[in-house]
Design a protein around this ligand. Sequence first.
Ligand SMILES: [Zn+2]
Length: 891
Amino acid sequence: MPVVVVESPAKARTIEKYLGKDFKVLASYGHVRDFKPKYEAVDPKNNFKVIWQVPTNARKHINAIISALESDPNLILATDPDREGEAISWHLEEILKAKFRNITAGHKNRISFTSITKESVQSALKEPRQIDMDLVDAYLARRTMDFLVGFNLSPILWKKLPCGASAGRVQSVCLRLVSDLEQKIEQFESRNYWTISAAFKNSKKQEFKANLVVFDGKRLGKFGFDSAEAASNAERLLKELKHYEIRSIISKDSTLNPPPPFTTATLQQEANRKLRLKSTETMRVAQKLYEAGHITYMRTDAINMAPGAVKECRNAITTLFGTNYLSPKQRVYKNKAKNSQEAHECIRPTRLSQNAQGLNIQGASLTQLEANLYDLIWKRTIATQMASNLVKNTKVMIKSENPGLELSASGKVQLFDGFKKVYNESRGEAAKASDKDESFDNPDLPALSEGEAIDLGKTNVSENSTQPPVRFSEASLVKTMVDHGIGRPSTYSSTIATLIDRGYVIPVPKSNKLQPTPSGRVVVAFLQTYFPKYMEYGFTAEMEDLLDEVSGGRANKDRFLSNFWTDFAPKVDNVNNLDIKEVIENVAEVVAPQILVNGSSSKHILTCPNPHCDNGKLELRVFKNTDPYFSCSKCKYNQPFLYGKGGFIPHSEVMGKDPETGKNIILKSGRFGKFFEIHEEPSSKSKPKRASIPETFKEGDYNLDLALKLFSLPRLVGSHPETGTEIIAGIGPLGPYLKHDGKYKNLEKESPNEVFEIGINRAVSLLNETIGSGPGNLGVHPEGGSISLLNGKYGPYLKWNNINASLPKSVKPDSLTLEDAVNIVNSKANRSKVINLGEHPQKKGPIQLRNGKYGPYVSWNKINATIPKDISPKNVNLELAAQLINKKIKG
Ligand SMILES: [Zn+2]
């Protein structure tokens, strides 16, 4: 029996049901060949010849098709009716013609249908055709161009701009849409305006609302008055007037026609607004409905409907709602079909008499999501042949004895619901923003007549502010892509999904809006700087049109590709030869005015804002897997990218440069706590060097100095004078230690810096002595614990618990008394004592009271403020400390 091949098992099951036992239906499971994922897969010098490869998991599906064809080599290719579907059929034919003599290029073995119903499949079987090589060429041209762009741009991004994950032709332009809008939002400056409304009563005491529209002989615009004062002056005048009457009444009936049937883009938009589905979800669910035979093919930009379906639709309306609701004339929807082979239908149910409930009664057992989406498609389709919605709009003008002042009231009454009985199109975000102009003050105006005297009631001044543009939702982004001619029905949802996957765009929490990330914005700035043409909306749309020309057989694939390549290739070479530092500087110039606050020219913006900094320049820092940010070339000032106008989320922090390698040292968080990492270029083979930060160091101590010290561990302290073997100091899982002769001795956790500083003498004595019984034991401190006199690298010193105090020069070790020793260690203990006063009330972060060489001081975030002599350190509380710190910051 003949072998029918489709792309998915679900579609295979549906078709099998219609064809019965005389056909064997098999699935290819999508594409059976793909570009070899190597740079050389496309050879631009050899007519863009492609090296194909059969993915491992496709082999068994091909083998199943081959073994079926061995019993009957009669092949029927029934893949989806678009370029992708045509390409799958072509790939299959290319593979199979090598095995079966009857299968040849040009053989009439291809059938296609836009809905999977018994009738359409059977009638398609009667008209097999050749594979349409124009459609295949358009597919090849797009795939090849996108491959060349991706395989050339992505490595450049890795090299020149480590935060960039990848770039794609359509994807990057779509990212620009999101980035450009964000810039508009950031630059938007809201202003306030005031409007005045008033309540009136007619002669029958029925109330209605009106707005002040003309004042002082001038028509007030949408933004009314620009100050509260002007508005309240106007309100006062309004109240002083004695006589109001109806000057004119204009009533107009208006009709609203139903929206056209669904295309891919409008389905994605409505499903996003009404069902809150992501574009990819919509496509996944629609595909299930299509493969089960419930709806027509879901990738289409056509709005026309098959004549049979229109008839069915009209019958369903008459049955369900009566002839009143049927549009008297058949509505015809048409948009320009680019190529006859690609002229599909709209997306509609295959059987219009059945809503979702009806389908389920028939045993379709739809999931809730499938039922909801089907319901949406069914309603939209039914609405297209329903009567128009009929509304009566009334506009009333009100005058007073002051000829320079007028008010207006409007009302709207629905006379007939028409198609709105079934379907109400959601309004896009853009429409919502301008709702104000269209809104009606009164859903139902009372009966009024011209010349009728009316009484003024309450007046109201309201303060409003202009609103920034609204971020894209998936729905409005798809709409904008369609408006710009960017992408095609098969690519809208995957383009947006890729941007989210790459971390260039993130969904704003708790909303369905999309926001560009700092990486996304830097990538856009980079591409706009070095590949401006490829970031133009017009150019991208032109490419889509050219591909349509190829698919219509009016343009040649190879010429299309070589035109593209001769322009693109030299640009890639150019950028490849640029110095990475120069690239990042140029990108910084573009991106800085967009994301850094204050200032207008980029040169000015890039000056370090730290008043204590000596003319440092803000430089753009970009790293893999981290948000880019700006930091000063001279001081420690960091400026993360603003996320919108709200806060920002810096993911990691740069501490400074490693003096040895010149590489950046970054503070990062990992599963086991914070650590420092010496940054490696993504292209570098070596693993980045890391040092975990012991808990003994507080966040406030994290700086380049600490990082460098940690990276210096383990370090050689010296050779033990008695054994001659090395003494090593390091930090292990149990904390800081000394290692000698295979034995470890833990260092006190309370003096975390000791591991960096410990000298050979002290190390030796620590390794040798048991504290309190050594030869230098002077006696017991009044608070407990022995005081020892030891010899260190810098001379003799006293040790008591964790305190090491060197002997003042004036004191001779031989004549040292216990009392002297207690005084010396006590004063040292006081000095190193740190008292935590608490969190800085305004700026967060701990404030500490310390004792320094020059007396007591408070410290916060590396800012130290001396305590004035007239204040005793005992009286320093958090509030006073914060005041001292704040005063120090202000200078
Ligand atoms: Zn600076």
